[in-house]
Design a protein around this ligand. Structure first.
Ligand SMILES: Cc1cc2nc3c(=O)[nH]c(=O)nc-3n(C[C@H](O)[C@H](O)[C@H](O)COP(=O)(O)OP(=O)(O)OC[C@H]3O[C@@H](n4cnc5c(N)ncnc54)[C@H](O)[C@@H]3O)c2cc1C
Length: 449
């Protein structure tokens, strides 16, 4: 049957619409060896960049802060934040949620709102490869071209010291005894474990190295012990610490263990696990001790997110197996000045904390904006501010705040202007407890509003 004039016009309309759409859904044409593996992958459905495109991978404390402030300091930049999770859940304050002291709503936040409020684009996708030669990142939603790339993927766990390659054991540890240092299901499992606990040893571990959030395992021990005491559960927290002593806010935690949780916390410093028998629920230590557990949340050592290796910007470090190989004063990777790394993946011995990642995020954003304007970026120290709860009802907390300074002789950063407030009893502790919530609200406001 012959086509009518009207049919032809309709077809023309479809073809024109197809051509217009192909601007955003066209395929990636590889011109580089690494890119060849992704030839034909569709481009992610993003509008055409209206300025230099800054792609930030990882919507945690670091990435959210960098995306917002690059756009604020360099309004002509086209900022895209790529995050694999659909919503944000906070690790800070999550120990209080485990024992029912805050609602989940306090911890969860909306990526779309953050992007709308701050005029950048949120892409909910997993980055699985980076091609530095063609300046492309590859995601499950398609390829994205960047001018500047920021990698803020946070930590991954390193179970190798415990499992020595036994993947069955690693899978069981991840699934049955999760660490709860990456937000989401791990926290939910631990909350259920705590709230259903009937008694016996509840084992927690503190890894060696510069692990994520130095005080958090001690805070968690205090809060679980507080819960057991309140609910009269006939058990105790056994805290196995790889380190020779409490790593931060030592006096405050020691005195809370002693005065509030005698009989509820057994603290074993300098304890390295050498064998894990999940069938018999038994741990063996380097000193030949045998520790039985009724339940546990086992926190292994940490390393930088795996995307660093994939992008070819990781290095072995003293503390952790892999961290970002960057110039510590510019945050640019040594392999490629167009790629920046920040947050918990940094190799400097700064505290792996949310406040550090957020204040550093402001600084890195300002450095990127300066560079886009052709100016010389300036280094500034990030700030660590950290409140740790030692009890609930009323919440009482201790705190630390510090900056960092480079020591030329040691060729390393150290604490600068550090101060702690480790008095948890009396008015000070309750006041610190209130400040803990105010601090968290201020941080969420800064990242999402
Ligand atoms: C229990 C606990 C308590 C804590 N308490 C405090 C506290 O009181 N105060 C404090 O300051 N800090 C605290 N912290 C530490 C703080 O949570 C971290 O230091 C902070 O989250 C680090 O920020 P980040 O952006 O580097 O990593 P994250 O916040 O982990 O963000 C990384 C993001 O990258 C995403 N990602 C990774 N790889 C990819 C990929 N390939 N593609 C797409 N997305 C990817 C991840 O999904 C994640 O959302 C605590 C941590 C824990 C676990």
């Amino acid at each position: 049957m012959a086509l009518s004039r009207r049919d032809l016009l309709k077809l023309g309309g479809v073809a024109a619409a197809g051509a217009a759409l192909s601007g955003c859904t066209s395929s990636y044409a590889s011109t580089t060896p690494k890119g060849a593996a992704h030839a034909g992958l569709r481009m992610a459905p993003l509008p055409k960049a209206k300025g230099p495109r800054v792609v930030v991978v990882g919507g945690g404390w670091s990435g959210l802060s960098i995306a917002k402030y690059v756009k604020r300091y360099a309004p002509n930049a086209d900022v895209v934040l790529i995050e694999r999770r659909a919503s944000f859940m906070s690790c800070p304050v999550s120990n209080l949620w485990l024992v029912g002291l805050v609602d989940l709503e306090f911890l969860t936040h909306d990526y779309l709102q953050a992007a709308r409020n701050n005029n950048y684009t949120f892409l909910n996708a997993m980055v699985h490869d980076v091609d530095r030669d063609s300046k492309m990142v590859f995601t499950n939603e398609g390829a994205v071209k960047y001018d500047i790339l920021v990698l803020s993927p946070g930590i991954d766990y390193d179970y190798s010291r415990w499992t020595k390659g036994d993947v069955e054991l690693e899978t069981r540890l991840r699934q049955e005894y999760p660490a709860g240092f990456v937000p989401g299901s791990e926290h939910m499992t631990i909350r259920n474990k705590v709230q259903d606990f009937e008694g016996g040893n509840f084992v927690l571990t503190v890894p060696g190295g510069n692990y994520r959030c130095l005080p958090a395992p001690y805070e968690r021990a205090c809060l679980i012990a507080w819960y057991m005491k309140k609910e009269q559960i006939p058990g105790k927290v056994v805290l196995l610490d790889e380190n020779p002593d409490i790593t931060i806010k030592k006096d405050g935690f020691h005195s809370a263990f002693e005065k509030l949780y005698k009989g509820y916390i057994e603290y074993l410093p300098g304890t390295k696990i050498t064998k894990i028998d999940l069938g018999k629920k038994r741990l063996e230590t380097e000193l030949g001790e045998e520790i039985k557990f009724a339940d546990a949340a086992l926190y292994p050592r940490v390393r930088g997110g795996k995307i660093l290796e994939i992008a070819g910007v990781a290095k072995d470090s003293v503390f952790n197996r892999l961290e970002a190989d960057i110039d510590p004063f510019t945050y640019q990777t040594k392999a490629d000045p167009n790629i920046y790394c920040a947050g918990d993946v940094r190799p400097m011995g700064f505290s792996k904390s949310g406040n550090t990642a957020n204040t550093e995020g402001h600084i890195v954003a300002s450095m990127i904006a300066q560079r886009l304007k052709g100016k010389e970026p300036k280094w500034k120290s990030p700030l660590t501010v950290c409140y740790s709860a030692v009890s609930g009802d009323p919440v009482r907390a201790i705190s630390v705040n510090a900056e960092y300074k480079y020591n030329e002789k040691k060729k390393a950063f150290g604490f600068h202007n550090a101060a702690t407030n480790e008095k948890w009893d009396g008015k000070t502790g309750v006041q610190n407890g209130k400040l803990l919530f105010e601090w968290a609200k201020g941080m969420y406001r800064d990242m999402f509003m």
